[in-house]
Ligand binder design. Structure first.
Ligand code: PGA
Length: 246
């Protein structure tokens, strides 16, 4: 796993957008796995700009989202369906038949998870997986303790994650569970790009990069990945010791 440190959030966002755009230029039918949250918003903005001003096309790409809250209908304003539509899928030329977001309102969530894994397999696996990182080191909604061999499944959200995300929900009550792509689902991606910005991620970044590889720090799994890179701004890199490539 390599870490690259950029001066600020805009620089990470631009660099991440270039990774995705470069991959699509090489192979327009690439399969991408994408995150939600505050961190990737700049990357999505840049990709939308590239689509509008430079003709970058997403028409042949396939998209999978990392996760979705359990119990939220796809039109719920705090759902990741709505987030992705507003910030990305609705603003580019994505083919709706190749856009996959777990259905948080599926009557049989377990079957939905299996369907999701099968769709990833049918698409030929993930080429590029873009991730954020939680303050507790989670990736997707794989909270500390998530088994490295886990697949797409229903998970309980940690109290700290529910607190961080509470403002998106009425009465500050975030859902208790979610569907997330599993640790092994993520690990099987041909390449992984993790984005982190801000001092509130510095502790998790340092633990993931420098402490032992452990299920108690989900992002540390990426250290064993052949092609994982972290794009950090200086704030997110501020707890790292020496020896990290700049
Ligand atoms: P954030 O979320 O980008 O909103 O900080 C990242 C995450 O929790 O994975």
């Amino acid at each position: 796993m390599r870490a690259r440190v950029f001066p600020d959030y805009e620089a990470i966002s631009t660099a991440a957008a270039y990774v995705v755009a470069g991959r699509l230029e090489e192979e327009p039918s690439s399969v991408l796995m994408l995150p939600t949250g505050i961190t990737p918003l700049g990357m999505y903005r840049r990709l939308v700009e590239m689509h509008r001003s430079e003709g970058l096309s997403f028409a042949n790409a396939t998209f999978f989202n990392l996760d979705e809250y359990l119990g939220l209908a796809p039109d719920h304003r705090a759902s990741y369906h709505v987030y992705m539509k507003e910030h990305f899928y609705g603003l580019i030329d994505a083919d709706p038949a190749r856009v996959f977001v777990p259905d948080g309102a599926a009557p049989d969530p377990e079957a939905e998870c299996e369907r999701y894994e099968a769709a990833i397999r049918e698409a030929g696996g993930i080429d590029v997986c873009v991730l954020g990182i939680g303050r507790n080191g989670h990736i997707g909604f794989n909270e500390p303790g998530a088994p490295f061999d886990s697949r797409t499944r229903v998970v309980a959200l940690s109290e700290s994650t529910r607190k961080v995300n509470a403002a998106d929900f009425e009465a500050d009550r975030a859902p208790e569970r979610a569907i997330t792509a599993g640790m092994a689902t993520i690990f099987d991606s041909k390449s992984v790009l993790l984005l982190a910005s801000g001092t509130n991620k510095a502790g998790a970044v340092a633990a993931a990069v420098e402490d032992e590889v452990s299920e108690s720090m989900p992002a540390s799994m990426l250290r064993n990945h052949q092609s994982a890179v972290l794009f950090l701004d200086e704030a997110a890199a501020s707890d790292l010791g020496h020896g990290v490539a700049g």
